[in-house]
Design a protein around this ligand. Sequence first.
Ligand SMILES: [Zn+2]
Ligand SMILES: [Zn+2]
Length: 373
Amino acid sequence: MKHALITASALALLGAPQFALADTSQDFADSFLPTAFVDAPELVECELSDGTTSECYKMTVDNKPDEFTIGPFCPSTTSEDGGLWNWDGDKAGLYRIDGAFLQMLDEQGFHFYDADGTVHISDPRTEQPDVDNACLQASLDDDVTMTLLIPAHPKPAAKPSQLGTVAKVGIALDGVPIFADAPSVLDTGHMPALDVCGGHIDPGGWYHWHATATDIGTALNSANVSADCALQQDATEKFAYAFDGFPIYGSRETNGSMPEGLDECGGHDEGEGYHYHASEGFPNLPTCLKGVVAENNFTTTAAGGIGSEHGGGPGAGQMPPGMEEAAETLGVDPQDLMQALGAPGQRPDLAEVAEKLGVSEETLRNTLPKPGR
Ligand SMILES: [Zn+2]
Ligand SMILES: [Zn+2]
């Protein structure tokens, strides 16, 4: 395992950051589990989202840490308990995916099971669901790796960036990437079930978090959900680094006290420097990123899903109808447009997409093809 070291004089050349550095580079690599990486962090030059050039840690992680037990996701029948879902329709909240929950969705018009109680389960890595409402449970692809770039000298952005559906949040110290809210059943009809620790498998075949997994017990308690995540729970522990390089802790300070003066993102500049805290409710992740992020900070060898070359699931690489024309109208490259929109079936943040492409949100909204079912 190679550790990239940075000398004090090299740091001095880069100038003082606006926030105190929470960690030295050695601490950065050492704060991860030894098993977290396929390729350990090394310092590389990188472009940041504010247009400057800086240094980033570049690291490659596996599709899932070895000896990591995941699931359950979708229950096979309504008499079994699956994982978790954060329901955003009527009677919104965090639920265990069990018969009672699926029946509640059934009453709201989402039919995830047959008359005999068999749950419709589909693997979005290999197939398109053949029903309107399927519980999605992707299979792993053991050949897939992900490469991430995290700024080595974190600094605040001019304004925080909101974390919309499946936005990139960070990398957990176990080497598992973290994303904001999974796509809503209300938008897609399908439920990409989370397991009891708040993770699931992307259509690209790799596992990722949608929660601060080492403090999910607090979120389960506050939602009154009965489920046991096998991971060691510790609300005071550092869980991850966000894509802006600032660390993410559980819902408590390291001394056990409640964090004070948290900003709109769920962070504060206290003690060792700026850091985020998990909220007590689900999803217990930062809601925005305070700092600048690296360009192209997440790539994967997977054929589909988030971060893949074409950003697609099954049938990746094909342009949705009308997309080439829309790109031409907007005067942008079709692949750039697809990349900016993110994975299909997931609601993109159009304001963010418009800003990325340098067009107005209204023009974008009027130009994009209307999604079909
Ligand atoms: Zn996900
Ligand atoms: Zn704090």
